[in-house]
Design a protein around this ligand. Structure first.
Ligand SMILES: [Zn+2]
Length: 266
């Protein structure tokens, strides 16, 4: 019995330390990449392969997080999110987004799109860099706390919650805990949520990017409102409440990433 307890403890400790390593975690980004790949035009797929080689869109989506361990890339840190304050109307949010010319997820997503599309002198090395960043950023902007996170709590990182009794924070719940809770590989995940009518797909793709950000922002408003006490316990109820929102954000991310890639390379 004592041996059993010890083994259980070891397994538990291992799984805790392992899961806390994750980030729209590794798999969230891959799901958007995998779905995007499905909607690429032939021409776009070929052009992307010329840049990424054998690296798939799904697998290239994590590079921008992996390089956070290399200080050469520290300058990219603030490219992954935009800070927002709570309670803004649609027009307030949109005009603030458009007026902010600093370094943030919106300005830098547009920057890499413009470089890939218009800069004919772009080196192969820069093409790889910007394409990997773009694939990652369209995923990030659909993570509600990357688009609607408030500076005072660092996008929910400062909001301590319990996920099935394990201490974590609201940002992590949305980066990876909810995704991982579904216990699906990224290909299973993509396959299971990739159901959308042509009309719906075109509608999502044709909205301007400011609307993509605003939708994420709106979701984030609800996420902030849910947390009413320190170390609030989140678990089965939370998953039940948000699984559909999670799936929709991942699906929209993939579908819109395809639109952006087709527009650049198609
Ligand atoms: Zn990111």
């Amino acid at each position: 019995m004592r041996f059993l307890k010890r083994s259980l403890l070891a397994v538990l400790l291992f799984s805790i330390s392992f899961s806390s390593l994750a980030w729209w975690g590794v798999n969230g980004h891959r799901v958007t990449g995998e779905i995007a790949d499905y909607y690429l035009t032939k021409k776009a797929r070929k052009a992307i392969k010329e840049i990424l080689g054998e690296e798939s869109v799904a697998m290239s989506s994590n590079w921008a997080d992996f390089i956070k361990s290399d200080s050469t890339y520290d300058y990219l840190y603030s490219w992954h999110y935009i800070n927002s304050k709570g309670g803004m109307s649609h027009d307030e949010f949109t005009s603030k987004l458009l007026a902010d010319t600093g370094t943030n997820l919106y300005t830098k997503t547009n920057f890499v799109i413009s470089e890939l599309k218009n800069n004919k002198q772009l080196s192969q090395e820069k093409k790889v860099l910007y394409l990997r960043l773009l694939i990652h950023f369209i995923g990030d902007l659909h993570q509600p706390l990357h688009a609607g996170g408030r500076p005072e709590d660092r996008g929910g990182n400062g909001i301590k919650v319990l996920w099935f009794n394990e201490p974590t924070n609201l940002h992590s719940i949305w980066d990876d805990r909810l995704v991982e809770f579904q216990k699906l590989s990224y290909t299973e995940f993509a396959k299971n949520i990739n159901h959308v009518s042509r009309q719906q797909r075109l509608e999502w793709q044709n909205q301007p990017m400011t609307e993509w950000f605003y939708e994420s922002y709106q979701v984030s408003q609800g996420l902030y409102a849910d947390i009413t006490q320190p170390d609030q316990k989140l678990g089965y109820d939370y998953n039940f409440k948000y699984a559909e929102t999670l799936n929709k954000q991942l699906l929209k991310g993939g579908i819109r990433l395809a639109a952006v890639l087709n527009e650049i390379f198609g």
